[in-house]
Design a protein around this ligand. Sequence first.
Ligand SMILES: C[S@@+](CC[C@H](N)C(=O)[O-])C[C@H]1O[C@@H](n2cnc3c(N)ncnc32)[C@H](O)[C@@H]1O
Length: 293
Amino acid sequence: MSFKFNFNQDNDDSENKQDDNEEKLREFNVKDDSTVELCAQSCHFTASEVKESDIEIEKVLFKNNYQLKKLMKPLDIKPPHLNKNSNNDYEKLLTKSDLIPGVYEGGFKLWECAIDVINYLIENKINLKGKKVLEIGCGHGLPGIYCLLNGAHVTFQDYNEEVLYKLTQPNVNINCNGDYEMIENNTHFISGDWKFVSDILSKEKFDYILTSDTLYNVSSFSKLHSLISNHLEPIQGKCYLASKTYYFGVGGGIRKFEELIEILDILNVITVKDIKDGVSNVREIVEITLKKD
Ligand SMILES: C[S@@+](CC[C@H](N)C(=O)[O-])C[C@H]1O[C@@H](n2cnc3c(N)ncnc32)[C@H](O)[C@@H]1O
């Protein structure tokens, strides 16, 4: 066998790694043609539209006896500027399914990871005073409301404008005891698909990004990853993501999202809390930060 210097070994290795990564990335760009990607828009509400006496509310209990209020069911009102793609009959959708990808993404229900993320903020006494917070996929918006009540400015994002209008914003109102000036100065609501949310946020950066129960659909992972990467404050910013470790039957979950994080190599991720509710319901909170250049 003839001897030769393998000068190209490093180049070959990095090309192989790139090919490998491209192959793996294909899995995260799965596109379900039946889904509609709603344009993002800022939603403006008049806080005084909702009166606590007109609605049924319940209390949700967290660590250290901390309580927040939530509506028992969405308000029966129509958003004034309904996104042209969102002409769905939500009452019917709600009786049929917890979520319908690309149509209704589950925001009318309170999912257990939202509770987990608030408990984490309480347990760790995270200081929110004067901080900028983005809650991605907020639904009821309780994590964002906790931050608002603790002195933060909060941007609430949900896929469906109806969720923000009929549920998130009323929940903000009932927890802030009618302090409409504080609400108007410290909240921003954005509806639409993650793909377009940066069009509205532009270069805005956040000290904290919170998101819970949003990793069930692998085809949305790269959009969520971009949103976090684009809007996390580079030096101190932290994203707390609460999710099931695995969503059985749909392929999502924290381990799968970590695979994408590793390939794209922009973010760091560490598990900061494990939550076990029986064998099949294993949840985690991960802390995500931007890698330093
Ligand atoms: C299962 S719900 C969780 C709601 C809430 N975070 C909770 O834990 O109660 C998932 C949320 O993610 C958001 N979401 C999912 N996919 C999305 C997408 N492609 N674009 C925008 N929002 C999306 C929806 O707004 C929806 O409210």
